[in-house]
Design a protein around this ligand. Structure first.
Ligand code: HEM
Length: 500
């Protein structure tokens, strides 16, 4: 057919026709490939420094949330020479972490995280080792009762010790941060080591206080700068403090692990460490095993670091909100009186305590303790919402923008338990409630954390009312967070006043 047409067209014209067609095709091809490799928008970066002057490193999550209003739900910022894709808003974060879980499910191992774990353990690891450690840890912790009645029993026992400890302050103001961390840490210690510590035990205090400091220092501006320019490490005070914390932590937990190793009986495993050591023995001689001493030590350290401060900080926020909003505290206590009375609260009571449950969820939402989750990277080149994101790009799922998403929450910036209640006062789940993140990297300890928070919070409110210290009004209690890797309440010396 084409030959037939060309017979009637002069040779020069057909040559022009061919050239024009090829050019048009070439132009379309170039345009399409440019479009398919279009980077997300974002503020114009300066050479070397990137967008460092356009963000507030002291409140990075908030500043990125503000930028998302200008540049949309997927945008690019440069921290020094490093390009980072920020995901904002519930729909976008869910689309990436859940619908494209594999593409967005790798962990970013920044220089400071590499220094911490050398890519062993779970938090800052990837690939087969991460997969095996995560699977093994979840199934072993479940066998030891994580999220089940055995850990409920352990938490209830710890509630008793915590109440006794609070009683010693006789209603006077005190900083409850450390005490709550010791209680939470003891629940983990039961699962990991098969034992609890006295709150005054210097070893428990050292492990917990060091982890709290590490989590705070990791989020400071100087460590964000270290991640951009790692050669600066030896000149940074916070980096040196973190390295010392890591070494001391390894020594302390290493000692506990050695004691368990020396008394190991594979037939009666007492705890997580015993099961790991037995597995290691069973796989002796296998050169490719992931069950080696580094993975054991760093997995144990990861669980303490990820599980203690986060849970204790959340309970601290819950108590601060109660002191600030006494009418809500009274309603929680009334509900507890009616449904539970003076007996010990149990997990199965939760379904009959809708207002209390809503208050806990609302506290977690507003407290927003892990505002940027933990950075991810893309595992392959990906086209997302029309933008090209290269394999290995750092991705920040901005949980602040999910928990405060204006299109999801009726009053995102206020403490409003009705966010989780229907018209009849029944508890309702909300999809945008995502403090544990989502997808492949979702918090491994979510079920344990939820049990801890519910039982500690309700047991404390059965026995105490929380109030500001004398001379300070509820309005004066400050909700501005202390910013580290997590957002913690400022210590304000609340009083735990005995009710019964
Ligand atoms: C209120 C308490 C807690 C909160 C708000 C919380 C939140 C989070 C968040 C936001 C992440 C990052 C997810 C991501 O990268 O997308 C995470 C990861 C993790 N959490 Fe939690 N967490 C809590 C308690 C716990 C507890 C009790 C444990 C241990 C038993 C734990 C162990 C972990 C681990 C091991 C990871 C890393 C998972 C991975 O990289 O595969 N967390 N958590």
């Amino acid at each position: 057919m084409i030959q037939y047409i060309f017979r009637f067209i002069p040779a020069s014209v057909s040559l022009v026709w061919v050239i024009v067609s090829v050019s048009v095709l070439l132009f379309l091809y170039v345009q399409l490939s440019v479009l398919s490799r279009r980077e997300p928008p974002g503020p114009r970066p300066l050479p070397l420094l990137g967008n460092l002057f356009q963000v507030d490193l002291k409140r990075l999550d908030q500043s990125l949330f503000d930028l998302s209003k200008e540049y949309g739900p997927v945008f690019l910022v440069s921290f020094g020479p490093k390009k980072v894709v920020v995901l904002a808003g519930y729909r976008t974060v869910k689309q990436a972490l859940v619908n494209q879980a594999n593409e967005f499910g790798n962990r970013e191992v920044t220089p400071i995280f590499y220094d911490f774990n050398k890519e062993h353990g779970i938090l800052f690891a990837n690939g087969d080792s991460w997969k095996e450690m995560r699977r093994f840890t979840l199934s072993t912790l479940r066998d030891f009762g994580m999220g089940k009645s055995i850990s409920e029993q352990r938490i209830i026992e710890e509630c008793g010790w915590l109440i006794e400890e609070f009683d010693q302050f006789q209603g006077k103001p005190f900083d409850d941060t450390h005490t709550i961390s010791y209680a939470v840490s003891n629940v983990l210690s039961g699962l990991m080591f098969g034992k609890r510590f006295e709150y005054r035990d210097p070893l428990l205090q050292a492990i917990v206080n060091r982890d709290n400091e590490t989590i705070y220092l990791t989020g400071t501006a100087s460590i964000l700068i270290y991640n951009m320019f790692p050669w600066m490490g030896p000149w940074l005070k916070n980096w040196k403090a973190l390295m010392k914390n890591m070494e001391d932590g390894k020594a302390d937990l290493g000692k506990i692990i050695t004691e368990l190793k020396d008394t190991l009986d594979p037939d009666t495993c007492r705890c997580f460490v015993d099961v790991f050591l037995t597995q290691k023995q069973n796989l002796k001689g296998n050169n490719h095993t992931h069950y080696h001493d580094d993975n054991l030590l760093y997995t144990v350290m990861n669980l303490f670091a990820a599980g203690t401060d986060t849970t204790a900080t959340t309970i601290n926020w819950c108590l601060l909100f109660m002191a600030k909003y006494p009418h809500i505290q009274e309603r929680v206590q009334e509900e507890l009186n009616q449904v539970v009375g003076s007996r010990q609260v149990r997990i199965e009571d939760r379904k009959n305590l809708p207002f209390t449950d809503a208050v806990i969820h609302e506290s977690q939402r507003l407290a927003n303790i892990a505002p940027m989750a933990i950075p991810h990277t893309t595992s392959k080149d990906v086209i997302f919402q029309g933008y090209f994101i290269k394999k290995g790009t750092t991705v920040l799922p901005l949980l602040t923008s999910v928990l405060y998403d204006e299109s999801e929450w009726e009053s995102p910036r206020t403490f409003n338990p009705s966010h989780f209640l229907d018209k009849e006062g029944k508890f309702i789940k909300r999809d945008a409630f995502m403090p544990f993140s989502a997808g492949r990297r979702v918090c491994l300890g979510e079920s344990l954390a939820r049990m801890d928070i519910f039982l500690f919070f309700t047991s404390l409110l059965q026995h105490f009312s929380f109030t500001p210290p004398a001379g300070i009004s509820e309005d004066e209690l400050d909700l501005t967070p202390v910013v580290g890797f997590t957002l913690a309440p400022q210590p304000q010396g609340l009083c735990a006043v005995r009710r019964q």
